[in-house]
Ligand binder design. Structure first.
Ligand SMILES: [Mg+2]
Length: 186
């Protein structure tokens, strides 16, 4: 039984950018994503956030700015009736060899533990191959959405190669509708 949805942030909840999301003004929700989070919350699904934020480790912005972006997102989610029960961020540089940065499983395992959720009761929804790989590493079922900034068709083909049964949807709202966990409809 699905009890838990793990979400990537950039390219899933908000528009991503090749220049990174470095200030609250850069954080702009993808249409339908806040509505989908609210519908999950109303249905009693636990929601966790698992987000790589290497811009911190790269020295491109400071923890205060990351916190301000987080606050803006949480306020927007709260304002629409949604709730994210645990947020896990990896702040490390890709070369740091940490255990949390996706495609490793660390952020997902941390979040499942905090939510008292089992991996087999969860989905991980992301826009990149790293999200798919991290989901599989954590024994969570991956779902791919096509709202990232990369070549969505290329990402989808690679994701299908890694995990042939993967669900691929245009965006978070359509993924949540397809999962039939909420009263949301098209
Ligand atoms: Mg992403």
């Amino acid at each position: 039984m699905t009890t838990t949805i793990l979400l990537d942030r950039d390219g899933v909840i908000n528009f991503d950018s090749p220049y990174y999301i470095l200030s609250p003004k850069d954080w702009q929700p993808i249409p339908g994503s806040l509505e989908a989070i609210a519908a999950l919350t109303k249905s009693g699904i636990k929601i966790g956030l698992c987000s790589n934020q290497s811009a911190l480790g790269r020295g491109m912005f400071q923890a205060e700015e990351m916190q301000a972006i987080h606050q803006k997102m949480m306020q927007a989610i709260d304002d629409t009736g949604g709730h994210i029960a645990h947020s896990a961020y990896c702040p490390h540089h890709p070369d740091a060899q940490c255990l949390c940065r996706k495609p490793k499983a660390g952020l997902l395992i941390e979040t499942l533990t905090k939510l008292h959720s089992e991996a087999h009761d969860a989905f991980m929804i992301g826009d990149s191959l790293r999200d798919v790989q991290a989901a599989l590493a954590a024994n969570v079922e991956p779902i791919l959405v096509q709202t990232g900034y990369g070549d969505a068709k290329d990402i989808a083909e690679k994701a299908q190669h890694i995990y042939p049964h993967i669900g691929i949807y245009p965006d978070l709202k359509s993924a949540i509708i397809a999962l039939k966990l909420t009263s949301l409809s098209a």
